[in-house]
Design a binder for this molecule. Sequence first.
Ligand code: NAP
Length: 459
Amino acid sequence: MAELGSPEHPLRVAVVGSGPSGFYAAEHLFKQANLSVQVDMFERLPTPFGLVRGGVAPDHPKIKSVTKVYDKTASRAGFRFFGNVEIGRDLTVDELRQYYHAVLFAVGAQTDRALGIPGEDLPGSHAATEFVGWYNGHPDFKHRQFDLSAERAVVIGVGNVAMDVARILSRTCDELISTDIADYALEALDTSRVREVILLGRRGPAQAAFTPAELGEFGEMADADVIVAPEDAAVDPLSAEWLAASGDRDAQKNVALLAQYMNRPPVGKPRRIIIRFLASPVEIVGDGRVEGIRIVKNMLVKRPDGSLAAQATDQTELIPCGLVFRSVGYKGVALPGLPFDERAGVIPNTLGRVADTPGVYVAGWIKRGPSGIIGTNKPDSVETVECILQDYSTGQLESGSSSTTDSIETLLTQRGVLFVTFTDWQKLDQLEMDNGAKFGRPRLKFTAVVDMLAALDKR
Ligand code: NAP
């Protein structure tokens, strides 16, 4: 048999997940000189791009344009996309290991972290990740209901997802119509009665997880004033010391921007975004649905490692509100047949090599946890692919795959799986843009898998 990695016998890699980390990994594999690779990318939805399609806020089209880079990877000889194929339902992890020399999981973090406080599950209390999926037309979340009849919403957490949620709740219909927000979400938000969104940070302004660009955007909202009270913008001595010592530019910019908002009197716009710090939720209260949130005031204390943590005081406050969004981070989900670290929500690995599972690798959020921006995934995926290449060059992948290029297609067809190719996706993409153009919108998303398959005439 020809040598593994030669054009006659390419290194066959399955990439599970079609978000940024999956595409960056595929690209790095294709970039290797003197190595023939075949990359089959599996995605449980008929549409690619993971959180770029289903997570990035619709009013951030520039960020979404990163998909052009992924399109280039998809156009490479040796790349195939298998959309609408779920590992665990249509194919098992073991089957992938039989069919490919290496299997890389880049499946992201598919659920949210819980707060563990009373009232968390009351109607009107939602994971921010569900709201994000809903307004982005993700098929898993299209049926979620958000009662937007209350005047005040509280968002717990001050990361970039919390900023996205606050912005989308506070945008006007005119601002949203030019985006690719799901049509049902546009309709619901148009009649929303939410007029005030309070963001709650458990630590201080210097520890906020949002980035300065997102904070700056608040100041440019058509219909919303940004309000930061002096006690919330104030930097305590421990934080001032930390800011100076760490030299964290983002934190310094955040603190400066918050001070600007503090000094800017509201101009009487009909909506308000209020940013508060040193406040932790202790209970979501209400008789049958959310009526308020009880918070405790915190102070900052120094941990032995030098970081600053929130410590509750004995001061509490009840904020009346009708909606709560819990935005305290995403969490990875276990895959049958692979080890899982329940606490961290990741697949245990070393530099991307899955523990005790030869030939299996991870990249992105399921590898390192839900942190960083899209670009962070590039070096992360490169690191994992370097492990694959090392294992290839030391002969550790030789025993994998005895199958051929066509085998997986045959197996899926035998099982009646209606898989979607990249060319199919490009048709859907064009249809979405054409349908949007009829209404002067950039695209009108398909939000149900059955509609996508029907549009592609897959039955
Ligand atoms: P995140 O950045 O990790 O922020 C989570 C927030 O929740 C932090 O403020 C955290 O506070 C707070 N939190 C955690 N546990 C809490 C608790 N028990 N009570 C109260 N607050 C709690 O997570 P994310 O906003 O979900 O974002 C995930 C990643 O995606 C981030 O890296 C983010 O930058 C990225 N993202 C980027 C963009 C963009 O570039 N535009 C948009 C969306 C998301 P502590 O700091 O005190 O833990």
